[in-house]
Design a protein around this ligand. Structure first.
Ligand code: NAP
Length: 305
């Protein structure tokens, strides 16, 4: 029987681990399929306080993991395959094999990349289709690329990809960007980046690897083919809450609803980070809510003997 089990190894989960470990609660952290969460897939983090020169996302994760380990956090690699939150103690099953009982649970399972769902996309995933410039950009040295999206992620991915690609075309379904002004300016000033406005990708073309995309201009209805060696999909994320559906209250998009800090509607179950945050979704807010969840769990345990 554990005091605290934390699901997720992004900034929210790791911060919850640091705090619960320092509170002598001997947390167990289940790392999940994407260890380190979204920051492990990112490049430079410039807006995390305390790093005036910025820090690489994977480095920040590695440092926080070591910090949590220093105070006694135990790590379990693997994905949660089942969770029963209907009665206390709660149970979580890892990879269909190991079942763990816990008095409190901190859900910090984050969010995953949304895909376009067009023909060719799933078939060519990993063969030119990617959701992670940091992971795959290197493979496209000297090539032309397409990025889809108009938010901060699309700007960040396209700017990063210009380190490798000769040209990056950003296809956006409207004629104005959603991205923050600073990210828009950075991308607009980059001479390797061009914007294809009012356009959606209808199909990813190619046999064994991506060779192009079919675009449709949503204003004129015209379709065209654009040659590209890769398609980077950067159209947002969806919360990883499938396992908890029907067990904790969520909003229409599947984000876990929290109140009084990080409390869910199930006493003893707390949620932190992007899994409960459709609004801010920043590294620092994820870490902050991980700290809150740890303190909430500690007080819950105190209150329940
Ligand atoms: P986002 O802000 O939700 O933007 C998603 C973009 O994809 C939008 O431009 C949207 O178009 C487009 N889109 C959505 N579904 C689409 C579809 N099916 N087909 C074509 N286009 C589609 O997501 P995000 O860019 O991932 O950013 C998420 C949050 O993380 C934001 O709060 C952002 O500020 C933050 N973030 C910050 C940084 C940073 O500061 N370094 C970096 C990355 C992300 P519409 O505009 O028409 O809706």
């Amino acid at each position: 029987m554990r005091n605290v089990v934390i699901l997720g190894s992004g900034l929210a989960g790791l911060t919850a681990a640091i705090y619960t470990a320092r509170a002598n609660l001997s947390p167990l952290l289940v790392e999940g399929a994407q260890a380190g969460g979204q920051l492990s897939l990112t490049t430079e983090v410039e807006n995390y306080p305390g790093f005036p020169k910025g820090i690489m996302g994977p480095q920040l994760i590695q440092d926080m993991r070591a910090q949590a380990a220093r105070f006694g956090t135990e790590y379990l690699s693997g994905d949660v395959s089942a969770a029963d939150l209907k009665r206390s103690p709660f149970t979580v099953t890892i990879e269909g094999e190991q079942t763990i009982e816990t008095k409190t649970l901190i859900i910090a399972t984050g969010a995953s990349a949304i895909m376009l769902g067009v023909p060719g996309e799933a078939r060519l995933m990993g063969h030119g289709v990617s959701t992670c410039a940091t992971c795959d950009g290197y493979f496209f040295r000297g090539k032309e690329l397409v990025v889809v999206g108009g938010g901060d992620s699309a700007m960040e991915e396209s700017t990063f990809l210009t380190k490798f690609a000769t040209r990056v075309s950003v296809a956006h379904r409207r004629d104005t960007l959603r991205a923050s002004k600073i990210m828009q300016d950075r991308a607009s000033k980059n001479e390797k980046i061009t914007f294809i406005w009012n356009s959606v990708v209808e199909e990813v073309l190619g046999g064994s690897v991506v060779t192009g995309v079919r675009l449709r201009n949503v204003a004129s209805g015209e379709t065209s083919e654009l040659k590209t060696a890769g398609l980077f999909v950067a159209i947002g994320h969806t919360p990883n809450t499938g396992l908890f559906m029907g067990q904790v209250e969520m909003d229409a998009k599947g984000y876990i609803l929290t109140k009084n800090g990080t409390h869910t509607n199930v006493p003893g179950v707390f949620a932190a980070g992007d899994v409960q945050d459709p609004k801010y979704r920043q590294a620092v807010t994820a870490a902050g809510s991980g700290c809150m969840a740890a303190i909430d769990a500690e007080r819950f345990l105190e209150g329940h003997g």
